[in-house]
Design a protein around this ligand. Structure first.
Ligand SMILES: NC(=O)c1ccc[n+]([C@@H]2O[C@H](COP(=O)([O-])OP(=O)(O)OC[C@H]3O[C@@H](n4cnc5c(N)ncnc54)[C@H](O)[C@@H]3O)[C@@H](O)[C@H]2O)c1
Length: 318
């Protein structure tokens, strides 16, 4: 046996949004049924960023992601988020593959938001607002366009050039630059910034809106006015991770929102254990922190496809 080595290009070529969405929906069902194992992210704080270790296992697959967030990397021509994933056989512990996790993260995060939007947004949603125009914004537009007939997309970024670049990459869509307030007045809003203070005010959000709050994935990060959390049905990917480092973490630490006010997990909504949206006038929020089991499931998909296709390099580590 040997260990497959899969580059960022290999992973990008092997993944597609439709398949990732399919395996992740099943993974959230496993999470709700208590059949998935994960420990909350372990953070290593550094002067210019941080590292996160994310181990997890689902039936038949296990692994760990080692991923950074270094926001000044753009100036060096490097992505702000880079990761590697070690995919292991859960029965023997054998390291079956070492693969890029940058693409893995990009795909699984956007696919998860699209699943959340499918379960929580109004089915007649036609407008989308993207707050932040970085890598995740491109992926979220791709993942949502598969699920909704988007008639109008607005994008806001504090760096107008980022919004312009995004718009020019999607000539097939009716997409335009807008203020944060105009962008928040959409049927589906995805917040995709590393902000540590609210970018979206409660008064800007219309009844019936669904928000995928994705940017806050570490303690101290937040993108939404805490008043919005209290007006909405808040669904999280994982309760412990969300309270520690998700969109709700700052509000929870200040006593403005409590764990008991969480409506349920995405897995529970998918499995029908907890209700999601109950009326067209509800505001729903999905607090995405990013789960290790999303990475494990996506890595298994990559590994299986790479094995089937063949021709990838490998090394004898053990
Ligand atoms: N929940 C998850 O699973 C998950 C997964 C991956 C990334 N993330 C988080 O999502 C965020 C975006 O990731 P990315 O890879 O797209 O990053 P990126 O660096 O590629 O893009 C971030 C964009 O946000 C803009 N921005 C920063 N602060 C802003 C503000 N206050 N208002 C408006 N725009 C602002 C930047 O100009 C940039 O264009 C990060 O915070 C990242 O940590 C979460």
């Amino acid at each position: 046996m040997s260990t497959l080595l899969l580059s960022r290009g290999d992973v990008a070529e092997l993944l597609n949004m439709e398949e990732v969405t399919g395996v992740l929906e099943q993974t959230f069902r496993e999470h709700a049924a208590g059949r998935a194992q994960m420990v909350p992210k372990v953070y290593v704080k550094l002067e210019k960023g941080d590292f996160r270790a994310m181990p997890g296992a689902i039936p038949g697959a296990a692994g760990v992601k080692w991923v950074n967030v270094h926001l000044e990397n753009r100036e060096l021509g490097l992505p702000s988020i880079m990761g590697i994933f070690i995919y292991s056989d859960p029965n023997t512990g054998y390291p079956l593959a070492i693969m890029d996790a940058t693409e893995l993260t990009a795909y699984r995060t956007a696919a998860t938001s699209a699943i959340a939007s499918r379960y929580l947004a109004r089915t007649d949603s036609r407008t989308m607002g993207l707050i932040g125009a970085g890598r995740q914004s491109y992926m979220h537009l791709e993942s949502h366009a598969r699920v909704f007939s988007l008639e109008e997309i607005k994008v806001y970024d504090m760096r107008p050039e980022a919004a312009v670049a995004l718009i020019s990459s999607f000539p097939r869509f009716n997409i335009k630059e807008a203020s944060a307030e105009e962008t928040a007045a959409s049927d589906i809003v995805c917040t995709l910034t590393p902000a540590t203070a609210p970018v979206v005010q409660a008064s800007w959000v219309r009844l019936g809106t669904h928000i995928d709050a994705v940017g806050a994935d570490a303690p101290g990060k937040q993108e939404l006015d805490p008043a919005l959390l209290r007006m909405a049905r808040v669904v999280v990917d994982d309760v412990t991770q969300a309270c520690h480092g998700g969109e709700i973490n700052v509000a929870v630490s200040r006593g403005l929102f409590t764990k008991e006010q969480i409506q349920g997990t995405l897995g529970e909504v998918i499995a029908g254990i907890k209700p999601g949206r109950e009326g067209d006038g509800d505001i729903t929020i999905f607090d995405s922190t990013g789960l290790s089991i999303e990475d494990v499931a996506t890595a298994r998909l990559v590994y299986e496809k790479a094995t089937e296709r063949g021709g990838y390099p490998s090394i004898d580590i053990v």
